[in-house]
Write a protein that binds this ligand. Structure first.
Ligand code: UDX
Length: 458
């Protein structure tokens, strides 16, 4: 029987971009001897396409067991009910987990669910907030929480200068539509800082070398530990024999179709295109993107989720299949890490969700950034101007990135001198990401320290 050093209960927010990093972090803790139980909502577990993990998963309820957030009348209603029902069902779960040998000593929670701290206190457990976005973005929400910054900024031409952060334009801060639903989402993002004065650790899925200044500044206020990138080690090191990839995904990846197609493409020739698990593009934007990719005359692998497929131009998929050069493949979901590490990939056209951004950094893939909303414009700014790992596809005054702009960006990254520089920087960041999580690296040391403290309190 395995003896564990400590037992952590992990509480992710039930969305793909949040589950992924927390699952990978859990695996890392488990490899260091910590027992893990993930508390996932019944509705999320119900929709799971890929459910194979080496860690135990237990169900809690968000109060909407059939459809989760899609069943709720509004985002506000969802968050309120999740707090009520989630607190109760999480407490019940902790009670059942205290009986056998290794009781829970710490809750690692997504700060979208700040009520978890009260549950931890009720049971005398330690707590760690796990931020799934960049430290820069967290810093911006912190200043909104403190009332120092207003989102959206009042002046569109304003330069924003807040402690710990490079000066940015108002167009680089997180963006939200102006409607009550988006206002509630922003409120939740800002509320990540409520209860944060009561936690024992603040874990951030980033690495020190990537965001030094802002991490140092935030560390004066909170007990910050960067523990990322939470990429499976096999993608950062040599693939170890018997080391398996584990997933928790609501989408079914078309793995064979993607890899078979990529295996037939020349080295560094393919543009990989994805907008993550949530983004909904305007039909006009979809059309421009579709023709921009085709007109670039380059090979491309494009993830179009099935709920977005109807926005593709008429006959686009059929024509793509018929085209003799076999230049493009559209799939509904792919194994993104396997794709990004494939030798045929030349660049990543991305919405700059934080996971995708970190994954591209960790695998050294140059980016064309096309942010949509929330944290993505800030991530895009960092990719282009601070890490110099990509170019930005600029929108016109209607908010649409035109096909010519997409073609131009592809040309810059794939063919021009500037692209060479971007590729060199991408290599540099890949190395730094790998060093951070390797034994003795900045993130590894933080995880070791976290585990030793867990052991002393268990
Ligand atoms: C959301 C927000 O939109 C994002 O801005 C925030 O930083 C995190 O939460 P999402 O839009 O889904 O996430 O984007 P991202 O953070 O990039 O996460 C997507 C995840 O899905 C990545 O881990 C990526 O590897 C994975 N993915 C995506 C696949 O496995 N296959 C795909 O085909 C597409």
């Amino acid at each position: 029987m395995t003896t564990h050093k400590a037992h952590c209960l992990i509480l992710p927010y039930p969305a793909q971009g949040h589950i992924n990093p927390m699952l990978q972090f859990s695996k890392r803790l488990q490899s260091k001897g910590v027992k893990i139980t993930i508390a996932a909502t019944k509705s999320f577990l119900k929709n799971m396409q890929e459910l194979s993990t080496p860690v135990s998963i237990e169900a809690i309820s968000d109060g909407y067991d059939d459809g989760g957030i899609y069943q709720a009348e509004s985002f506000a209603a969802y968050i309120t009910r999740f707090k009520e029902v989630g607190s109760d069902t999480l407490s019940q779960l902790i009670e059942t987990l205290t009986t056998p040998g290794c009781p829970v000593s710490c809750i690692v929670y997504d700060p979208f669910l700040p009520w978890a701290v009260q549950v931890a206190k009720k049971f005398g457990l330690a707590s760690a907030a796990f931020f799934t976005q960049s430290c820069t973005v967290d810093n911006i929400y912190y200043h909104v929480h403190k009332g120092v910054l207003k989102l959206p900024p009042t002046d569109v031409d304003e330069e924003i200068s807040i402690p710990g952060l490079v000066t940015i334009e108002s167009s680089d801060v997180p963006t939200f539509e102006i409607n009550p639903e988006s206002a509630r989402i922003l409120e939740m993002l800002v509320n990540q800082f409520s209860n944060l004065d009561k936690v024992d650790w603040v874990l951030i899925n980033s690495f020190y070398e990537l965001e030094k200044e802002v991490i140092d500044w935030m560390a004066r206020i909170y007990p910050i530990k960067t523990i990322g990138p939470t990429i499976p080690s096999m993608y950062l090191d040599k693939r170890l024999p018997n080391d398996k990839e584990y997933g928790l995904s609501v989408f079914k990846p078309m793995t064979d179709a993607c890899l078979n197609w990529l295996n037939h493409q020349p080295v560094s020739s393919v543009i990989y295109v994805s907008f993550g698990s949530l983004a909904k593009l305007e039909p006009e934007q979809m059309e421009e993107l579709a023709w921009g990719l085709r007109n670039s005359n380059k090979n491309f692998l494009w993830v179009v989720r099935s709920n977005e497929e109807s926005k593709l131009p008429k006959n686009y998929l059929e024509e793509l299949k018929l085209a003799s050069e076999n230049k493009g493949l559209v799939v509904s979901w792919c194994p993104q890490l396997q794709v990004l590490e494939h030798k045929s990939i030349g660049c990543f056209l991305t919405h700059c969700g934080w996971n995708s951004t970190l994954e591209a950094i960790s695998l050294g893939v140059p980016m064309i950034v096309m942010p949509q909303w929330s944290d993505q414009p800030t991530n895009a700014k960092l990719v282009k101007d601070i890490w110099e790992m990509g170019v930005r596809a600029k929108q016109d005054e209607k908010g649409i990135v035109r096909r010519e702009v997409i073609e131009e960006c592809i040309k810059i990254v794939m063919e021009e001198e500037k692209g060479k520089l971007i590729k060199e920087n991408a290599k540099k960041w890949k190395e730094l990401a790998k060093n951070a999580v390797e034994e003795g690296g900045s993130s590894d040391r933080n995880i070791e320290e976290f585990v030793s403290k867990l052991v002393t309190i268990s």
